[in-house]
Design a protein around this ligand. Structure first.
Ligand SMILES: Nc1ncnc2c1ncn2[C@@H]1O[C@H](COP(=O)(O)OP(=O)(O)OP(=O)(O)O)[C@@H](O)[C@H]1O
Ligand SMILES: [Mg+2]
Ligand SMILES: [Zn+2]
Length: 427
């Protein structure tokens, strides 16, 4: 899918700069080394699993392996990228290389048609190669059907699986594959690659602006190249840090500092106002969560407090990635951040509450939550924090103390849950 730009067809950078041989795959040294050795000594396993996060080179590497094996000059770690085999693999049109999307071909019938097709030798090439992407989407039955074939395929068959979720693959499959872990690509390597691309494309861009792209891409070169595409369509002049910040939706450092300033002052309301303001400005909250983490890592805070806050923003990052509304996520994170600065006896309960997974609570908005906690008998309930003291209701009944903490409720109200009571158990 190209975008027309004048007469020529404009290819997005990620496609234009898809690596064509192992030496061009960056940031994956271990996997690349293993593959090079295996290919050059003709000992490549018949079932390879490329596992790793999105946009780090799994599909590219799978195609490179196919080219390396089937190149008219191969098997070689330097496929020519010119012969009929190489070219047709790059275009996804090779008759002996099957690219199967595991998400849409996940059923047992799909697995059976693979097993059936494995029986016939390749038409034109050395190997018949099955590249199965997102293979974790296969059903249990489909996996079971494939087991025997994966274990002992004919000599002319190679399987290359790719997945972003290795934990979802059954052990029976994992144990039959050679697993290669592709990793998130470090920022500096992403930046180097971007520098290479901008110089080839004759794009002028400030050096700091490249840092922003590398930071905001979360270790994915594809994401980084996507940002660069958008920056290029944003401006024809030299791309400044400001241009790139707008495209990426990154928040400036002063605002992040201001946000934490409010939280350290236990002023959740002002923090929330700021968040709402950013929300209306189209800020990229996934990036903001990462900026918060970065900020906290460098902040001088008491260890436990720092760890608690980091926890909160890692969780926020995951929630946003999962598609939970970023305004809710950041509201909750802001309240949590204030709450953990108030850890005392009731705070302990709050902490337990906070550690409870948010997703089920969000799903069951009607549900109320009860938390039990143990406290020394005769221990006075004496919240140190004013905010908590002001809002707590303490009642005694049958020797048990019921605490209804509005403060906790406030946290939960943000996403519709309700806490009715905190039950104290004398021991
Ligand atoms: N390790 C890498 N070396 C060089 N380029 C890379 C690398 N990883 C990603 N890229 C760039 O990103 C593009 C997409 O990479 P690729 O499709 O191989 O990623 P992927 O891991 O399969 O992603 P997904 O999990 O989303 O399918 C490539 O065409 C290339 O431009
Ligand atoms: Mg892929
Ligand atoms: Zn070739």
């Amino acid at each position: 899918m190209g975008i027309a730009k004048g007469d020529e067809v404009y290819k997005v950078l990620a496609r234009k700069y898809r690596p064509t041989k192992l030496d061009e795959v960056v940031g994956q040294d271990v996997a690349v080394r293993i593959l090079k050795n295996a290919i050059s000594s003709n000992r490549l396993h018949h079932a390879i699993l490329l596992a790793g996060p999105m946009g780090v080179g799994k599909t590219s590497t799978a195609r490179i392996i196919a080219k390396s094996l089937n190149c008219s000059e191969g098997p070689t770690i330097e496929p020519c990228n010119k012969c009929e085999s190489c070219v047709s693999i790059s275009e996804g049109k090779n008759v002996d290389v099957y690219e199967i999307d595991g998400a849409s071909n996940r059923k047992v019938e799909d697995a059976r048609s693979i097993i059936e097709s494995v029986k016939y030798p390749p038409l034109k090439s050395r190997y018949k190669i099955y590249i199965i992407d997102e293979v974790h989407m296969f059903t249990q039955e489909a996996f079971n059907a494939l087991l025997k074939t994966i274990e002992e395929p004919p000599d002319y068959v190679k399987f290359i699986f790719a997945t972003t979720a290795m934990d979802k693959l059954p052990d029976t499959i994992l144990s039959r594959c050679q697993i290669l872990n592709l990793k998130k690509i470090p920022k500096d390597i992403i930046k180097l690659k971007l520098k290479d691309i901008v110089s080839k494309e004759q794009i002028s861009i400030e050096d700091d602006a490249l840092d922003i792209v590398a930071f905001a891409s979360f270790g994915s070169l594809r994401v980084a190249e996507g940002y660069l595409d958008r920056c290029i369509s944003y401006s024809n002049d030299t791309l400044t840090t400001e241009d790139v910040s707008i495209v990426v939706g990154i928040t400036d450092v002063q605002t992040v500092e201001k946000y934490f300033g409010f939280l350290f002052n236990k002023d959740a309301e002002s923090a929330l106002d700021l968040i709402k303001e950013l929300y209306n400005k189209d800020v990229n909250f996934e990036v903001l969560a990462k900026q918060c983490i970065e900020y906290l890592l460098n902040a001088e805070l008491q260890d436990e407090y720092k760890a608690g806050l980091l926890n909160i923003y890692y969780k926020a990052l995951l929630d946003i990635k999962q598609g939970i509304d970023s305004l809710s996520v950041f509201s909750i994170a802001s309240y949590k951040s204030v709450a953990i600065s108030n850890l005392d006896k009731i705070g302990d309960v709050v902490e337990k509450l906070l550690n409870a997974s948010l997703s089920p609570i969000i799903e069951s908005k009607e549900e109320s939550i009860e938390i039990k906690y143990k406290q020394q008998a005769n221990d006075n309930i004496n919240p140190v924090n004013e905010e908590i003291a002001k809002n707590d209701q303490v009642s005694k009944e049958n020797n048990e103390t019921q605490i209804t903490s509005k403060y906790v409720e406030k946290i939960l109200n943000e996403f519709g849950g309700k806490i009715v009571s905190v039950e104290k158990i004398n021991n």
